[in-house]
Ligand binder design. Structure first.
Ligand code: ADP
Ligand code: MG
Length: 283
């Protein structure tokens, strides 16, 4: 893999996405999106339903083409990055194949890549150990809980050792306890593998807990309205009770409400609001 180490993990410049252009059902899903994700950084996308979070993720994954602008992953065009398997992807539904064992589900991307059988086995085992499911390698998805299935999906996404992980509300269907446990697991896995991550969620606490940076979006048309750096001294069982955690939540909430704090410095226009901008929100 010819990854250029000094390039950002993702570089999105001037991206617009229009679905069904030139038709009555034309939708401008995203407009003027600029976003850079650094190597090893964990970035969450948050915003109301329909603001283009999934669309943005699909553009980065090269599952759909941009209408305007550029997307680069690891310094390469998104398409090249996809062909080079620069990223792993996990969605809200685990999307496992029912007739394959857990082990063989995790092996699938390696199979598609033409990795030999022996190496596939070893790699899948490693990934299952990482997500704490080594004992379930021979089980079928239907024999696992929702949380376990989602961990298999994460193991599968990581199986090719992608430098970038793209996740679209992966914990959205899980109960709160399972969700918090998986958040910790995900952070541990990302730290251990040095993976950069773009994570879509509509949970404010989840975004704050996981992220180095929370990117706030708004709808009609979808665009980025704020980028909030999250500085937590550590992320563990006590973090969710700290003042800095609550401060992060407040900042994201304010930005979502579209207050002046939600404005990007480069977009600051003649807005008649008297409230001072939160300096922590500007970059
Ligand atoms: P989010 O993930 O933030 O809820 P999406 O990215 O799914 O939002 O959708 C953004 C907008 O683009 C919505 O208005 C949605 O209806 C529209 N959209 C998404 N995918 C398609 C598609 N394949 N064809 C037409 N419109 C689409
Ligand atoms: Mg979505």
């Amino acid at each position: 893999m010819t990854t250029t180490e000094h390039e950002p993990a993702v570089e999105i410049t001037g991206v617009t996405k229009v679905f069904n252009p030139g038709r009555p059902d034309r939708v401008t899903a995203l407009t003027g999106v600029d976003l850079t994700v650094r190597r090893g950084e964990f970035v969450s996308l948050i915003g109301p339903s329909g603001c283009g979070k999934s669309t943005l993720l699909r553009l980065v994954a090269d599952l759909i083409p941009v209408s305007e602008g550029t997307v680069r992953v690891a310094g390469k065009p998104a398409r090249t990055a996809r062909l080079d398997r620069e990223y792993g992807i996990a969605f809200q539904q685990a999307g496992l194949f029912e007739w394959r064992t857990v082990q063989r589900n995790v092996e699938l991307p390696l199979e598609l890549r033409g990795t030999g059988r022996r190496e596939r086995r070893v790699r899948a085992r490693e990934m299952l150990e990482l997500v704490g499911l080594a004992d379930f390698a021979g089980h079928y998805p239907a024999q696992l809980s929702g949380g376990m299935q989602q961990r298999v999906a994460i193991a599968r996404a990581l199986a090719v050792h992608p430098p970038l992980l793209l996740m679209d509300e992966p914990f959205g269907a899980l109960d709160e306890m399972t969700r918090e446990r998986l958040q910790d697991e995900l952070l541990r896995v990302c730290a251990r593998t040095g993976t950069s991550t773009i994570f879509v969620t509509h949970s404010i606490p989840e975004a704050v807990y996981l992220s180095d940076r929370v990117v706030v979006m708004s709808a009609r048309p979808g665009r980025i309205t704020a980028e909030i750096d999250i500085e937590l001294a550590q992320r563990n069982e006590t973090t969710r009770q700290t003042a800095e955690f609550f401060a992060g939540i407040t900042r994201v909430r304010q930005a979502l409400r579209g207050g002046p704090a939600a404005q990007r410095p480069d977009e600051a226009g003649p807005v008649g609001e008297a409230e001072p901008a939160d300096p922590a929100v500007s970059r």
